[in-house]
Design a protein. Sequence first.
Length: 103
Amino acid sequence: MLHTDWLLAVVGLLIGTYLVRVLPFWFSGIHRLPAPVHRFLELVPAAALGALIVPDVLGQAVPVVAVATPVLAFVLTLRGSNLTVVVAVSILTAWVGLLVLGV
């Protein structure tokens, strides 16, 4: 016997996942976005990664590593480095710092 609650949850997740994946294709015909929207969309990946990485670095690392890693990421971002480079260097800095300082 199938419970209605489970069925509704599965259908809701299916619709939500489908919409999230298909929306970019629906709006791909829009070639010109307003400048504020374009700028906002460029910053979303960095904000999401920051929200995931920074609490762990600040909460569990040695104070030197907890300060050096975000400062290095900020400096690299100001210099115009690629987001992938900033994230890779930040992770490497935190990892090496934790290995060297022995947490």
